[in-house]
Design a protein around this ligand. Structure first.
Ligand code: NAI
Length: 706
């Protein structure tokens, strides 16, 4: 006996009713799944001699969570609650058999079951607070009944996956099933029947008060404060979980629904959800002909085995794509391969990969000194020194050997890719592929199309980003592309304020309190103060005639303070330690430079520091949008959240501009223009227009789409 609709199948194995869900790709608990589950339960109610029920999913995972597309619509908590209550009230024992990545709502449905078993590699998590919300389908009430308040909050606040073994130790999974999950689950259900076990409802359990002492709650509040500055969702989650101690399940669930809906309305939830969807939008390119097909990428090449080339090669090897890495000298090549080996070795040490996986991935990377070895590559990425003549020379050689239709990419950060493309007879195949350091870790990939890049190359690269595990954002050629162009004003002001008397620590602390992953000056120290200085020296004619421009960097550079690598930069560092120490010597250098430039010294409030850095950043982003360098505002947001440590819970710089209001931003730009002059404080034309019409960037984009 079996009946199937489109995503839920009800079948029978002896006395066990089996509900199988197949809602690819990741079995979200969509409205369809919910409706069909209700229908299946209706049908099952008519079946005779059912003594146990099994809930299992096909495909790569058990329910991965709620359908995030529903977040935009009306609240769904009550629908979830009703469905889960129905499962929990079944008169026969219900076994949830899990595999894959069981997150949020996926875990909550299992908690409404009576017994839980899992395949060995299964991982469980509550990621909600990272999206500014809280578990809203029973998680805050049922989980503490199984594992206590402390461990539940540990899961919710850390938002990190818990493995199957830990899940069993903690007690929210009953057993790990080796071998075929469905067979194991049926055996498990039959054993329950044989042993005369009935339903074991989570709702009928009480929370252990020892797991909810004032000390524990204090520790959890401290953890929330440490992990989530500026946010409220973690505290809302603590409140909800805390309530499970005193309230019966039904009342607790009502409170949870109320709190979950409150949390969805907060700016942090809206910002985080914006960031989440923004990342899924970037591959949509409106002007590509709809029939454009990506070319398959089976082999890759990288030219230049330095910091970036090595990291890029690792990305390919991790994706299972064989890659040939070429350098000019045997010495450079050996150094590069040793770097790759070190990176993999540290992954092994941290338990991220096994020694076998390391060996397997290393075997996909072939070092080479001859361009001939690149002739069968489907994509070749150049990452040699930042010198246009050198890069043109490399591209001439690539043109001579690369197979027709191969993607020819350059990782340049500052050079004109049109100029590089001209060195070849196939400029349509040339494209910018701007990885971020370390290339194997940073998720952002800026993709830069020239005037000539063909749609098929754009499409191929945007698709290639998937196996490389990168978030691609498409841009047109301009100096600095999206990310670095916006950084110019942000970094300029951070440095400038240290000449005006703010300490590096004051500047960085204000930016970090705002939510930046790392203050700008600490970033300079990490990347190398010399890197920025050299870019400014090489491109002096592009920058405004401001004698104070990036002078804090120049002053430190001239004093040999290159950042962490020399133990001194804006801060001082002990050998082998990245802790920032204030350094009076750096302050004296900055003060002397300020005196030489005639810059008056004064105190800065945190508000001024943040405004002076973030306003130019947002203003330049608006200019990039207005010039059509980026396709959409949310792409610019992704660049800064994925590549530059802008807080995701603020959505990204342009989303944040709409949040504070374009009028506020314009007024801010004009306020600083009065003090510092128009050279750096010219509001973008689009900003002025929209602020005057009281429109947001989102309104403008909607109107443009028509
Ligand atoms: P690097 O100095 O670490 O490596 C450059 C490598 O290119 C060296 O191994 C060198 O031997 C090799 N090389 C030089 N001439 C060559 C030639 N004719 N043929 C083959 N190999 C040659 O430099 P890094 O930092 O890896 O930068 C490479 C490129 O990536 C530059 O264009 C840079 O602007 C860009 N980039 C760098 C980032 C960073 O954070 N380091 C971030 C994003 C882009």
């Amino acid at each position: 006996m079996s009946s199937a609709t489109s995503v839920v199948t009800l079948s029978r194995a002896g006395n066990v009713a089996v509900l199988t869900v197949n809602n690819p790709p990741v079995n979200t608990l969509s409205i369809k799944v919910r409706e069909e589950t209700h229908a299946a339960l209706d049908e099952m109610a008519g079946w005779k001699d059912v003594k146990a029920a099994l809930l299992i999913c096909e495909g790569r995972t058990f329910f991965s969570g709620a359908d995030i597309n529903e977040f935009a619509g009306p609240p769904q908590e009550v629908a979830y609650r009703q469905m889960f209550a129905r499962l929990e009230q079944l008169a026969v024992p219900l076994v949830a058999a899990m595999h894959g990545t069981v997150m949020g709502g996926g875990l909550e449905i299992a908690l409404a079951g009576h017994y839980r078993i899992a395949a060995p590699g299964t991982r469980f998590s509550f990621p909600e607070v990272t999206l500014g919300i809280i578990p809203g389908a029973g998680g805050t009430q049922r989980m503490p009944r199984l594992i206590g308040v402390e461990k539940t909050l540990d899961m919710i606040l850390n938002a990190k996956p818990v493995d199957a073994k830990t899940a069993v130790e903690w007690g929210f999974v009953d057993a790990i099933v080796e071998g075929d999950l469905k067979e194991g689950a049926l055996r498990y259900a039959e054993r329950l029947i044989a042993e005369g076990k009935g339903p074991r409802r989570t709702s009928e359990r009480a929370v252990d008060p020892k797991t909810c002492t004032p000390e524990i709650l204090e520790r959890m509040n401290a953890l929330a404060a440490k992990l989530y500055p500026n946010r409220v969702a973690p505290y809302t989650a603590i409140k909800a979980v805390r309530a499970s101690l005193d309230l019966p399940l039904a009342k607790g669930l009502e409170l949870e629904t109320e709190l979950a809906n409150e949390s969805k309305a907060t700016p942090e939830a809206k910002g985080s959800i914006h960031a989440f969807f923004a990342e899924r939008e970037t591959r949509k390119i409106p002007d590509l002909p709809p029939d454009t097909e990506a070319r398959p990428i089976k082999q890759a090449g990288v030219v230049g085995a330095g910091t970036m080339g090595g990291g890029i090669a690792i990305c390919f090897a991790n994706a299972g794509i064989p890659v040939t890495v070429l350098d000019a000298t045997d010495e450079a090549l050996k150094r590069g391969m040793a770097g790759v080996d070190r990176t993999y070795e540290s992954m092994v040490k941290r338990g991220r990969i096994t020694p076998d996986e390391k060996a397997q991935r290393m075997s996909l990377i072939t070092p080479s000194l001859g361009y001939e070895d690149l002739k069968s590559a489907d994509v070749i990425i150049e990452a040699v020194f930042e010198d246009v003549k050198l890069k043109q020379d490399v591209f001439r050689k690539l043109d001579a050997v690369a197979k027709p239709g191969a993607v020819l990419g350059t990782n340049t950060s500052t050079l004109d890719i049109n100029e590089i493309a001209k060195a070849t007879k196939r400029p349509k195949d040339v494209i910018g592929l701007h990885f971020f350091s370390p290339a194997n870790v940073m998720p952002l990939l800026e993709v830069i199309r020239t005037d000539d890049t063909s749609p098929v190359i754009v499409k191929t690269v945007m698709e290639l980003a998937k196996p490389l595990r990168k978030t691609p954002v498409l841009a047109k050629v301009c100096y600095g592309f999206i990310g670095n162009r916006m950084m110019e004003g942000y970094a300029r002001e951070a440095g400038r304020m240290t000449l005006e008397g703010a300490t590096p620590r004051e500047v960085d602390t204000a930016l970090e309190k705002f939510g930046m992953a790392m203050g700008m000056l600490a970033v300079f120290d990490m990347a190398g103060v010399d890197i920025g200085v050299k870019v400014h020296q090489a491109n002096a004619d592009r920058y405004p005639p401001d004698p104070t421009y990036y002078q804090s960097d120049f002053a430190l550079y001239e004093a040999g303070r290159l950042g962490q690598k020399t133990g001194k930069g804006y801060y001082r560092y002990e050998p082998g330690d990245r802790t920032r120490h204030d350094d009076p010597e750096a302050l004296a250098i900055l003060k002397a430079r300020a005196e030489k430039l005639g810059i008056e010294r004064r105190k800065h409030t945190e508000q001024e520091i943040v405004e002076r850095c973030i306003y130019p950043l947002m203003n330049e982003g608006i200019r990039i949008l207005e010039e059509g360098i980026a396709i959409r505002a949310s792409d610019i947001d992704v660049v800064w959240t994925a590549g530059y440590g802008f807080p995701r819970y603020r959505g990204g710089p342009l989303y944040y501009a709409d949040t504070i209001g374009l009028k506020t931003l314009l007024d801010g730009m004009l306020k600083y223009q009065k003090i510092f002059g128009p050279m750096h404080w010219q509001p973008a034309k689009l900003l002025v227009e929209l602020a005057e019409e009281n429109m947001s960037l989102a309104d403008w984009e909607r109107a443009r789409r028509g």
